[in-house]
Design a protein around this ligand. Structure first.
Ligand code: ZN
Length: 454
């Protein structure tokens, strides 16, 4: 059994002082006590560690490569996607693993304990399968075994190049499966998780309404009942227009009219919704998977945060393209996007809960649900997913209650994260992953190889 003692901790009932947390050998919290005497690992501020609910780890290696202007008069998401496809032509399974390992390490060092990996890079360049159809899924699992992060693996089904069922384009061949192949791939990917600790889990990710037929979406829904089901939805205006033209409904409208989203569903982005769509979808309990840094970087647009929140909508945070992996900055970026649009302040704050607290609480709830993981609070029985933040610094010293999260999110940086545990595995100490240097060295070797071939 491990013991962690925190000067201050965020518990389900609120802020508490002198908190003792006991963690069993199985990685679950076995006891939480307040007003306890210092013992074991002593930290300043202890928070439940959040889930990163949406990531494509391989994209970490192309961060910063798409910021120059292309030949088109206007640079958009779609030119970024072209660069991504070119980059993909060169990635080997070894590269996929080295990049995922680095990205997961950075997630842990940023205060995330879980990587929900929406994984669609399945095949060889050109589309031929690897001997093992789940080769790259196994590489994501191998990365998690090395970094110690909690993994929810979402193998993605990608059938078509557009809503009209056009064939996959040249850049998309590595993603494609028929529904039958996808069933095989999902089983094999799930088998790869058996080598991981028991907090790892599976889910299913029909890529988007562009990439899967309605029948395939229904198939995906049926494959792992009770496990997370994620889909990209309404990220870009051309995508909304394409769905509207082909199916006579906007994407969110179409989903609501043809399926029954519920808390099992996480809808990634949801950037372009009408007010009516926002209210209807929020009422289902489905989670909005927001990726504010990536959405800003790609110029997607601004989420209907106030309407979603007022309608009781649930949300969580993901790092998506991994252009920058920062939990604090995801939360800050969401709030600032709303302030800029509404010329207001403290948009997500509620009576009795500050902006930072409301955002963090929302992310814990939505993240746990989206990952299908027993996490999201410092409470007996849950996985010990914990994040300790230093208080002896200019940002947090002397702050009380919710001011701690507000200062951390709006005035702080990632360097304030000191320790992270994922299901009791204490893998970040003093702000660094226990295998930091070797993981970075392996990543640099991978980038060196890629620079030569690209
Ligand atoms: Zn995505």
């Amino acid at each position: 059994m491990a013991v962690i003692w925190a000067k201050h901790a965020l518990l389900p009932a609120g802020w508490s002082d002198s908190v003792r947390v006991e963690v069993g050998a199985d990685g679950r919290i076995t006891n939480v006590e307040i007003a306890a005497a210092p013992a074991g690992e002593q930290v300043g501020l202890l928070l439940p560690a959040m889930v990163n609910l949406h990531s494509h780890t391989f994209q970490r290696a192309m961060a910063g490569l798409s910021e120059a202007r292309g030949p088109q008069p206007r640079d958009t998401f779609w030119t970024w996607r072209q660069i991504m496809y070119r980059f993909l032509d060169h990635l080997t399974p070894d590269d996929v693993e080295a990049i995922a390992t680095l990205a997961q390490m950075e997630m842990l060092e940023a205060g995330f304990a879980t990587n929900v990996e929406f994984h669609y890079l399945h095949h060889r360049p050109g589309g031929a399968h690897y001997d093992n159809i789940a080769e790259t899924s196994e590489r994501i699992a191998a990365a998690a075994a090395r970094t110690g992060i909690g993994l929810t693996l979402l193998p993605a089904h990608y059938q078509f190049g557009g809503v009209d069922r056009r064939p996959l384009g040249p850049g998309q061949q590595r993603f494609g499966t028929t529904p039958d192949e996808f069933v095989t791939l999902l089983d094999a990917a799930e088998a790869a998780l058996r080598h991981l600790p028991p907090d790892a889990g599976i889910g299913v990710a029909p890529h988007s309404l562009r990439a899967v037929s309605p029948e395939a979406l229904a198939l995906c829904e049926s494959l792992r009942p009770g496990r997370p089901l994620h889909i990209h939805l309404a990220e870009q205006i051309p995508e909304v227009d394409e769905v509207q033209a082909a199916r006579g409904r906007r994407p969110v409208e179409w989903l609501l009219d043809n399926f029954s989203p519920d808390p099992r569903w996480t809808l990634i982005h949801l950037t372009h919704m009408t007010e009516d769509e926002t209210r209807r979808l929020a009422a289902t309990g489905a989670v909005a998977g927001l990726c504010p840094i990536t959405e800003s970087n790609l110029g997607d647009g601004i989420f209907n945060g106030t309407i979603w929140r007022d309608a009781g909508g649930r949300l969580g945070f993901g790092s998506d393209s991994n252009i920058r992996i920062s939990l604090i900055e995801e939360l800050r970026t969401l709030e600032y996007s709303q302030r800029l649009r509404d010329t207001g302040r403290a948009i997500f704050a509620e009576t009795g809960r500050s902006t930072g607290r409301a955002l963090y609480d929302a992310g814990l709830d939505g993240g746990a649900t989206a990952a299908g993981r027993e996490t999201g609070a410092i409470a007996t029985g849950l996985w010990a997913d914990l994040c300790a933040v230093s208080l002896d610094n200019a940002v947090l010293f002397g702050r009380k209650g919710d001011e701690r999260l507000d200062s951390l999110i709006f005035a702080g940086g990632d360097g304030l994260v000191r320790d992270v545990w994922a299901a009791g595995r204490h893998i970040v100490r003093d702000g660094r992953h226990s295998d930091h240097d070797r993981i970075v060295a392996d990543y640099l070797a991978c980038i060196g190889r890629l620079q030569e071939v690209m």
